[in-house]
Design a protein. Structure first.
Length: 243
């Protein structure tokens, strides 16, 4: 998942960004003022925006209003030093999904951030299930048919992203945009390598491949998480090709 953090207090921004990267393993882009933040939000794909209200150049409320007026429904968590009831109502009316008053506990921020991302993807529960795979977003564990499998941080992020969209084709570009921040130097085959390793880990080898949950590669289109089904019901359309 990729988060945009719009916050001008440098130390606070660094602490929040570190917590988001080290805890749930999110990619994080930081903006120090409202103009830059709005520009990033318009041009890149984020799963969550964390927005300070008091910002240089363009205040947070204006950023929020402009996003919503463009039908951008990215979940927004506002952090505010203003604790008046009036401003809270204004925030929610302007399309904020949640808010936290400063100073806040980083653990609470992480919990709210994860909950907003889940809700933004239509998932209320912290556990995702796809076929025989169960992914716990709180513990960051993955069970396959009840047994835990060990994934690298990037394999976990890819699987979590795909499990939010079972049966949907997800392009390599979409994975790059949602799993890496803008400082990252893209290598075209890095996603393929991670997906290949992930597929080996989640695909059961002790029975027919077609009966288990796996990741299908669709040439020039992307990847799709296939769920466990009756053996032999999958179309064999380029699973081994390159995305
Ligand atoms: Ca501020």
């Amino acid at each position: 998942m990729r988060v945009l953090l719009i916050e001008d207090e440098v130390r606070l921004a660094e602490n929040v960004a570190s917590a988001l990267r080290d805890g749930p393993g999110f990619a994080v882009d930081c903006a120090r003022d409202g103009e830059i933040g709005l520009g990033l939000a318009r041009n890149l794909c984020y799963d969550l925006i964390i927005l300070d209200l008091m910002l240089p150049r363009l205040d947070g409320l204006s950023v929020l209003k402009r996003l919503r007026s463009r039908q951008d429904h990215t979940p927004v968590l506002v952090v505010t030093a203003q604790s008046e009831v009036g401003s809270t109502i204004t925030l929610l009316n302007c399309g904020a999904d949640d808010y936290l008053s400063k100073p806040f506990d980083l653990g609470e921020l992480l919990a709210r951030a994860k909950a907003l991302i889940r809700r933004g993807k239509g998932v209320a529960h912290p556990t995702l299930q796809a076929g025989e795979l169960v992914l716990n977003t709180l513990e960051q564990t993955v069970l396959r048919a009840g047994s835990e499998i060990t994934l690298s941080p990037m394999e976990y992020r890819i699987l979590e992203y795909l499990m939010h969209r079972p049966r949907v084709i997800v392009s390599k570009q979409e994975l790059l945009e949602h799993l890496y921040d803008y400082n990252w130097q893209h290598h075209s085959n890095v996603i393929e390598v991670h997906v290949s390793n992930l597929r080996k880990k989640i695909t059961r080898t002790d029975e027919a491949l077609a009966s288990g949950t796996s990741i299908e590669t669709l040439r020039n289109r992307g990847y799709r998480l296939l769920l466990s089904r009756t053996p032999g019901t999958y179309a064999d359309d380029g699973r081994d090709g390159e995305a």
